[in-house]
Design a binder for this molecule. Structure first.
Ligand code: GCO
Length: 447
């Protein structure tokens, strides 16, 4: 039996734009994702989050699903433009009321609300002023986070500043695959530094507002492995790890950018920015799905590119290699090189081509096997002293998977997007049993 500590926190994660829908309801303003999706050709089959899972109206049903799942905690994000339609200025009371209702519903069934201030849906009005490339955003974000914390901090104890600033910088400002759809090295570097700085200001402000709040942030930290032993590929992997992982980990936990990136980031770093970024955390959120194989590639923007997984690798529906050792590797890396901070795995899960069988059920044995293998790797790191305090599966519900639209299903609960019906999958039942038992025995599941 693979067991976890009695006080280990079991949760599930979602994000506002991916599940809420109601994109214009009750005074909500447009976000960059609303506009990105409404731009033809950006998203698979021009899908968008206008309705998503309609969580805005169906949250009571979703909270009941969380209750029956036996969750200790639920990680969600607030939509900045539901609270501040123009990003700043007068708060929108109806938007605020939604999160009041959601939080109260969670507390009513004994589930801890874990609130993330930012899961990518920046107000378009702030993007029009430069968004993450404008240094003033650090103040706009801190003001927003301070307001939200004061609004809900009487009932919410755990706050996450950002979700995956690395993805925002890379996908949204360098590769152009995510909103705001920029492909510019300077935008990438500015977004990297300004998110770090905004996070630091918000952490400092919240710490001053209430020393009892548990403050953290969620970083995507996929290990980067060189595709070959060649010097070029080894260097490429180191460069990728620097810009995707260490540029967010090191200033926050070690108090400085890695040597490889200092020169490029230097134009954006002013005065005592580094000291402002390095703020004490109560926990670090780790979002981990796979590893990346990296190769040198002279024709690509930074001379590096991702290599395809090994021919014999098992892949998820996203084309990501199923590589549970990445979880062990990253948890031990945080233990050995970053002071063994308290870590909650705030995202881990997999997309598979889930379909209803003739009995209207989803027998997602591949997802169960994926979760088991990654939890076994987690438990192995725990047993070797990694300070892992909890695990949030991505995701509670199938939802809008960014550029892939609704084609990729990560949920423990299947969503029929035609009528928004929720159907718990076999992995939902499996996760409930795991939570009840505090562990699991590796299933002898057929594939
Ligand atoms: C991320 C985001 C989630 C994704 C999930 C699957 O980690 O990219 O936090 O919004 O949906 O990771 O890609």
């Amino acid at each position: 039996m693979i067991r976890f500590p009695q006080d280990f926190i079991w949760g599930a994660s979602t994000a506002s734009y991916q599940i809420e829908g109601a994109w214009q309801e009750d005074g909500k303003g447009p976000s960059i994702w609303d506009n990105f999706c409404h731009t033809a050709g950006k998203i698979a089959d021009n899908h968008n989050g206008d309705e998503a899972c309609d969580h805005y109206h169906r949250y009571p049903e979703d909270v009941a699903l969380m209750r029956d799942l036996g969750l200790d905690a639920y990680r969600f994000s607030t939509a900045w433009t539901r609270l501040f339609p123009q990003g700043r200025g007068q708060p929108n009371s109806k938007g605020c009321d939604f999160y009041d209702r959601l939080i109260d519903s969670l507390l009513d069934v004994g589930i801890q609300p874990w609130l993330c201030f930012y899961h990518w849906d920046l107000p378009q009005a702030l993007q029009d002023k430069g968004g993450w490339t404008a240094r003033d955003i650090v103040y706009w974000f801190a003001d927003y986070a301070g307001y939200v914390a004061e609004q809900y901090g009487d009932r919410v104890e755990h706050f996450l500043m950002l979700n995956e600033p690395g993805s925002v910088a890379f996908l949204g400002h360098l590769l152009g695959q995510h909103a705001p759809g920029l492909s510019d090295i300077n935008a990438f570097l500015a977004a990297t530094h300004h998110q770090n700085l905004a996070q630091g200001l918000a952490l400092k402000l919240l710490r001053e507002l209430n020393a009892d709040w548990q403050l953290g942030t969620a970083l995507n930290l996929q290990p980067a492995h060189a595709v070959s032993e060649s010097e070029e590929d080894q260097q490429a992997a180191k460069l990728f790890d620097t810009f995707a992982n260490r540029n967010f980990l090191d200033p926050l936990l070690l108090g400085g950018y890695p040597a490889l990136s200092q020169g490029l980031l230097e134009p954006y770093v002013k005065n005592d920015d580094i000291a402002a970024i390095k703020q004490p955390l109560n926990f670090l959120g780790l979002n981990l799905y796979t590893r990346f194989l990296i190769q040198a590639n002279s024709s690509s923007l930074m001379g590096i590119s991702q290599a395809p997984p090994p021919a014999d690798a098992e892949l998820t529906d996203m084309g990501w290699e199923v590589y549970p050792a990445a979880m062990y590797e990253q948890l031990m890396n945080l233990k050995e090189k970053y002071g063994n901070p308290a870590v909650y795995i705030t995202e881990n899960g997999a997309a598979f081509a889930d379909a209803l069988n003739h009995r209207g059920q989803v027998n997602d044995t591949r997802r169960i096997r994926y979760l088991e293998s990654h939890l076994a790797a987690t438990q192995k790191a725990l047993a070797q002293g990694a300070n892992v305090k909890g695990y949030f599966v991505w995701s509670l519900l199938d939802n809008f998977e960014w550029a892939e639209g609704y084609h990729k299903r990560f949920g423990l609960v299947y969503v029929d997007y035609a009528d928004k019906q929720r159907i718990p999958k076999a992995s939902y039942t499996w996760f409930n049993k795991l939570i009840c038992k505090g562990g699991f025995t590796l299933s002898q599941l057929d594939s």
